[in-house]
Design a protein around this ligand. Structure first.
Ligand code: DER
Length: 229
């Protein structure tokens, strides 16, 4: 059976994984394909140790036998491979669709290199059509919302902020926080917006990954493209 686009992108990125590497493993459905392929390599004797970026990735790695450690045991990683919700030409990303953005960014920052794996639907000219996830502390939520709105206004951005729900309750991340999904449509200056969000006390982290990814493996219907900034 032909490999899915996500699996093809994952297989291409896995060529950069060398035996004995400490590998950051992101989160999401494309990363799940990576984990499945990685588990087959481990079954064939490939030596690797992974640090998962979400409880979902951790559970799948454990289920399939991918050896794991923690960032406390391995604070410097050789490589991280992760998905994205949007990828622009500079390889700036929007991430967080799966609510794992804080751990994903911590692991990406601890990794020497970050690779992105995605199908071609994620590639955009300008970030923002995908709602920007922002992880916030539950305390003072409405004050934080107002400060975020001020940041958007200062950037000339319009957009609704929607508290991400899980059923009837706000979704709680692996770190005990909430997420606002910000429907900004077009983010002309992601770096500037990132800086404005980072100074808001109630903002824990945002889903703009700026100047972090060094290569993206993008699976299209008839080819794998390798994008670099
Ligand atoms: O939530 C995340 O950051 C995921 O990596 C997301 O950006 C990609 O998820 P997908 O591979 O399921 O599309």
């Amino acid at each position: 059976m032909a490999m899915s686009l996500k699996a093809q992108a994952a297989a291409a990125a896995l060529k950069e994984v060398k035996p004995g590497m400490k590998l950051g493993i992101g989160s999401g459905s494309t990363v799940n394909e990576l984990i499945r392929l990685l588990a087959k390599m481990v079954d064939d004797g490939f030596e690797i140790i992974g640090v998962p970026a979400s409880s979902y990735s951790e559970a799948l790695c454990k289920e399939l036998g991918v050896p794991l450690t923690t960032l406390d045991e391995a604070p410097v990683l050789d490589l991280v491979i992760d998905g994205a919700d949007e990828v622009d030409p500079q390889l700036n990303l929007i991430k967080g669709g799966g609510a794992a953005l804080l751990r994903e960014k911590i692991i990406a920052a601890a990794s020497a290199r970050m690779l992105v794996i995605a199908d071609e639907s994620k590639v955009v000219d300008t970030l923002g059509n995908y709602p920007l996830p922002v992880e916030v502390v539950p305390f003072g939520l409405e004050a934080t919302r107002q400060m975020m709105q001020n940041s958007f206004d200062a950037e000339g951005l319009q957009g609704e902020m929607i508290l991400r729900m899980l059923g009837e309750e706000p979704l709680v991340t692996d770190n005990g926080n909430y997420i606002f999904d910000c429907h900004l449509k077009v983010i002309r200056d992601p770096k500037s917006l990132a800086k404005r969000l980072e100074v808001i006390p109630g903002v824990v982290e945002h889903g703009l990954f700026i100047d972090m990814a060094v290569r993206a493996y993008v699976a299209g219907t008839d080819e794998i493209r390798v994008l670099e900034p």
